[in-house]
Write a protein that binds this ligand. Structure first.
Ligand code: NAG
Ligand code: NAG
Ligand code: NAG
Ligand code: NAG
Ligand code: NAG
Ligand code: NAG
Ligand code: NAG
Ligand code: NAG
Ligand code: NAG
Ligand code: NAG
Ligand code: NAG
Ligand code: NAG
Length: 476
């Protein structure tokens, strides 16, 4: 007994070492992204007549400055510097090879006049505006078909002044879907870093049809009761890295999407290769990390580790419905702590909300290979409600090393799902009671060539093979 205990300790130390080394290897596509690029030319927004008094509307100044900087695009690009001050503006568009840089006490603030946020076409993968049919307001900071764009600063602030938009939403006087704070469409090599985003009218950061996106050292703040102020929403985008962020808002902290029902299915742009690490989030109405509900183009190869979720409705959430089609697969979430979360894990197969009544009820989503491990939660209401779809079981849902102190007498409620678990407290529902140590079926982030540097991969595999029987014998 003694001997096996110390053997166990030695092995656990070994495994911890391997795991630590492994998690320090960030995704190859994240490593390649440069968070700063030297720009040989720089101008300051005041050179274009901007006034930082919080009252003067500076939309024209931003547009003129960016128009001027376009001539440097093929000369290494340029920087637009925003000094300390309160710079009121309507929506403006960025160009390629541009760095928008905000000084420490610089605040770009959104105009409370909706006519300063032009109406633009809905996204092809949504078929219509997300909350109202028809056009949608352009985001405060917008870009389309760009490459090499950096939005950064010494923790300057971009404040959407969303309160008036939330009122328009509540009193049903919006004409179009509300604007995001920052949206980039069809763009590559995008960096958003070292800034604070506040009071977005709608979602905060929305890369859609993008690749090579880095969101880093960002703070996102909106009132906990503000409607739909989701934090970071990678949508039909690939090779997205999100790390070192703090989010406190009214909806999902990070939510991965890929289009809506028949429009998302036919546009067919998945979100894949998404890497998330070191995120602290607090959301009253949403989840720490969510998938969907718009996931019709497919979501795969997602790796999230180092999540701290506090005072929130949901911890980890997958939202889908008949009509969505698409898939959520190959998702690996590890090293998560939760404190005061109403529901730690929720998988919903009947989320509803359709763009119109033309969706195909037989287009069923495939939800498979979802692994959640090393999760510790305190003050948790319910451990999990995991519900698949009739005739469309969600499969290979794996929970490993999960420990939740739960208030409910019925911690798990599972239906129409299949999967595996080991070392789960409180004991998982019977649908997941096969031990994942006994099967090769549990998705292990390391098995995805998409996500990992090659070298440590086989070591993780061997560590996992060692770990599973060990955990089993330790808990018996
Ligand atoms: C942007 O790129 C998309 C996809 O390549 C294309 O359909 C669209 O026409 C482009 N828009 C502009 C303004 O060039
Ligand atoms: C950035 O500013 C926000 C809000 O003012 C603050 O909460 C956060 O700690 C700051 N981040 C850094 C790295 O200074
Ligand atoms: C709706 O809210 C806006 C913004 O606060 C306000 O100006 C407007 O009067 C309200 N309209 C109605 C019909 O309540
Ligand atoms: C909606 O359109 C009407 C008519 O153009 C306009 O008076 C009103 O301000 C608009 N509402 C919002 C919230 O933009
Ligand atoms: C961004 O913030 C991080 C952490 O505060 C800091 O290490 C890094 O140097 C900053 N980057 C820039 C470009 O200011
Ligand atoms: C995680 O990110 C926060 C900022 O949100 C930073 O203060 C902290 O040092 C980071 N932790 C690690 C382990 O990198
Ligand atoms: C727990 O979270 C809820 C919101 O989900 C919040 O209202 C409450 O204040 C939190 N409790 C503590 C002790 O932080
Ligand atoms: C189980 O998860 C906890 C919390 O993340 C972690 O500290 C511990 O090392 C994990 N145990 C194993 C055997 O991986
Ligand atoms: C489990 O969920 C189903 C459907 O949501 C519900 O009808 C049932 O009462 C729940 N069971 C428990 C024990 O909470
Ligand atoms: C679906 O999963 C349930 C357990 O949740 C299982 O009883 C049932 O046999 C599965 N159906 C199919 C078709 O695999
Ligand atoms: C699930 O992951 C396993 C490896 O763990 C892989 O062989 C299988 O193809 C994956 N399933 C899907 C649907 O991608
Ligand atoms: C995902 O990442 C892997 C390696 O990091 C790369 O080989 C693959 O092409 C990426 N997928 C896409 C769609 O970019």
């Amino acid at each position: 007994m003694r001997r096996s205990a110390s053997l166990l300790q030695v092995l656990l130390v070994f495994i911890t070492m391997v795991a630590t080394q492994w998690s320090s290897v960030s995704s190859t596509y994240c490593k390649d992204m440069a968070s700063s690029v030297y720009r040989p030319h720089s101008v300051t927004i005041t050179e274009f007549g901007a006034v930082g008094d919080g009252v003067t509307l500076n939309t024209k100044a931003f547009q003129n400055a960016i128009f001027y900087l376009n001539s440097f695009a093929d000369k290494g690009g340029a920087q637009l510097f925003v000094p300390a001050g309160r710079w009121l503006t309507g929506s403006f568009s960025l160009i390629s090879h541009l760095t928008l840089s905000l000084d420490k006490d610089a605040e770009i603030i959104g105009s409370p006049d909706s006519s300063n946020w032009p109406a633009i076409d809905p996204l092809p993968s949504y078929g219509r505006g997300r909350e109202l049919p028809g056009k949608r307001h352009q985001s405060l900071i917008f870009g389309s078909n760009l490459t090499d764009v950096i939005i950064t600063g010494a923790n300057g602030t971009i404040d959407g002044q969303g309160a008036i938009w939330w009122d328009w939403f509540y009193n049903n006087t919006l004409n179009y879907t509300r604007p995001h704070l920052v949206e980039l469409m069809y763009s590559t090599d995008v960096v958003i870093s070292n800034l604070t985003f506040k009071n977005s009218p709608y979602w905060n950061i929305h890369p859609v049809y993008c690749s090579q996106v880095l969101v880093q050292h960002v703070t996102i703040l909106a009132p906990l009761n503000s409607p739909n102020t989701a934090g970071i929403n990678p949508d039909s985008s690939t090779n997205v890295c999100i790390d070192h962020c703090y989010v406190r808002n009214g909806d999902d902290v990070i939510v991965i999407k890929s289009g809506w029902d028949e429009y998302g299915i036919s546009f067919a742009r998945p979100s894949t290769n998404i890497s998330i690490s070191n995120i602290t989030g607090e959301t009253r109405g949403g989840a720490g990390i969510a998938f969907g509900s718009e996931m019709s183009g497919g979501i795969s190869e997602v790796r999230a580790e180092g999540l701290r979720i506090v005072n929130s409705m949901h911890g980890i959430r997958i939202k889908t419905a008949p009509g969505r089609g698409g898939y959520v697969k190959n998702v690996y979430i590890s090293d998560v702590t939760m404190d005061n979360v109403s529901m730690a894990i929720r998988i919903t197969g009947n989320f509803g909300e359709h763009p119109d009544d033309k969706y195909d009820r037989n287009a069923l989503p495939m939800i498979s290979n979802i692994t959640i491990k090393n999760l510790v939660g305190v003050n948790v209401g319910v451990a999990g409600i995991l519900e698949g779809i009739e005739g469309d079981n969600f499969s290979s849902i794996c929970l490993s090393n999960v420990s939740l102190s739960v208030q409910s007498m019925h911690p798990w409620n599972c239906s129409l799902i299949q999967g595996y678990s080991n070392s789960v407290i409180p004991e998982s529902c019977e649908q997941l009671r096969t031990d994942c140590g006994q099967t090769p079926i549990c998705y292990d982030g390391g098995s995805s060539s998409a996500i990992h540097a090659q070298e440590p991969r086989h070591r993780l595999w061997s560590a996992t093979r060692l770990l599973n029987p060990l955990l089993k014998s330790a808990t018996l």
